[in-house]
Design a protein around this ligand. Structure first.
Ligand code: SF4
Length: 362
């Protein structure tokens, strides 16, 4: 599992004496602990470091959240997939060169909320809405869902809170291994464990601290053997010489281990980033070559690969998945209507199918 490099624990005074905080501290024995009034004190300490983003991953802030559940904002002008996010942990101990959180979180330390009873109440209210279709909710938007799990045990809490909630799918999305806790409980039919995948050399060069491809696939296979259903995310797909063969090998290694029926969804998204991420990422990852590419500035202001290239990446990957009968599990993440339209037209002409319109919204 993840090797945590936490050098200091900061406690929000409001939760400093609570039982969940004491449990966390037991697991972090030996680390200096300081009680603070707000997260701003921690951010100030982090901001002074030579690499504030890297530094933010070494500080743990234990606090409570005011509210947890919100609709995923997607990206302006893109086709949304109706996802809802649970902001339970913020920030991530991994360090991916393309991670947008480097810019979004502004020196936010690894943040763990311990007021889970409030989250349970919010979830109960959320589940009482009884949607016409299926609603998806997950914790992987502002954090990796499982990276801190050995410390927090949040996956166990979430699975038990969401178990048997018909019409809702909980997704725990990760680049880590599989927490033992999830193998010690009965799987829940509406809990999807998912892994973001990339070719091994991309993981090695661009996804610092994460589990290697083999570990992620083994974790997924173990989850399936235990009875969970799984999902995969190819996001960001990177374009470089030899990308096609590399991604083909990844797709092939999925289905060597995992039966297609156990795979609920597969998302595709290509590299995109706000302009101010580039100078920061180049400074932090001088060996990375992913920003040395031609990009266009799209309507929402982000840099992306030109549209014909994005379509080629998605089309080729759709072809690879269709070979294994998984073409109908695909959807695009944060893509424009135009790209969606062309993507679905192309795959229709090739008599393949895609998950659009999203079956979980119908
Ligand atoms: S695993 Fe996800 S959240 Fe963590 S650094 Fe990588 S991209 Fe960011």
């Amino acid at each position: 599992m993840v090797e945590l490099k936490i050098k200091k624990v900061w406690l929000d005074r409001r939760v400093a004496g609570t039982a969940p905080t004491r449990l966390l501290l037991e697991k972090l024995e030996g680390r200096p602990v300081e009680i603070v009034e707000t997260a701003e004190t921690v951010r100030r300490a982090i901001r002074l470091a030579p690499d504030p983003v890297g530094e933010s991953k070494k500080h743990l802030f234990v606090t409570e959240q005011k509210s947890f559940i919100r609709p995923c904002p997607c990206s302006p002008g893109c086709v949304g997939c109706g996802y809802w996010t649970i902001d339970l942990d913020l920030n991530c101990p991994f360090d991916c060169s393309y991670c947008i959180l480097q810019k979004y979180l502004d020196c936010q330390p690894l943040t763990v909320a311990v007021n889970l009873e409030q989250l349970r109440a919010e979830l109960d209210e959320f589940f009482s809405r009884r949607p016409a279709g299926i609603m998806r909710v997950g914790t992987g938007e502002l954090a990796d869902s499982l990276a801190l799990d050995e410390l927090t045990g949040h996956s166990y809490f979430l699975v038990e809170s969401c178990r048997r909630r018909d019409g809702f799918l909980l997704e725990l999305k990760s680049k880590s291994g599989l927490p033992r806790a999830l193998l010690q409980i009965k799987p829940a039919g509406n809990v999807i464990l998912s892994w973001s995948l990339n070719p091994p050399q991309v993981i090695k060069g661009e996804e610092k601290g994460t589990a290697c491809l083999e570990e992620r696939l083994q974790a997924a296979a173990e989850a399936v053997r235990h009875g969970y259903r799984v999902g995969f995310h190819f996001d960001p797909i990177l374009h470089y010489p030899g990308w096609r063969q590399d991604y083909e090998r990844v797709v092939e290694s999925i289905f060597r281990r995992i039966p297609v029926d156990a795979v609920v969804w597969i998302s595709l998204g290509s590299l995109r980033f706000p302009p101010d991420l580039m100078p920061l990422a180049r400074r932090r990852f001088p060996d990375s070559r992913i920003y040395e590419h031609e990009f266009i500035r799209s309507g929402e202001g982000k840099y992306r690969y030109p549209r014909p290239l994005r379509l080629r990446l998605y089309g080729e990957l759709a072809g690879m998945f269709s070979e294994y009968g998984a073409g109908d599990r695909l959807y695009l993440c944060m893509e424009s209507v135009e790209v969606w339209r062309e993507f679905t037209e192309k795959i229709k002409r090739g008599r393949r199918n895609s998950a659009f319109p999203f079956p979980w919204q119908c």
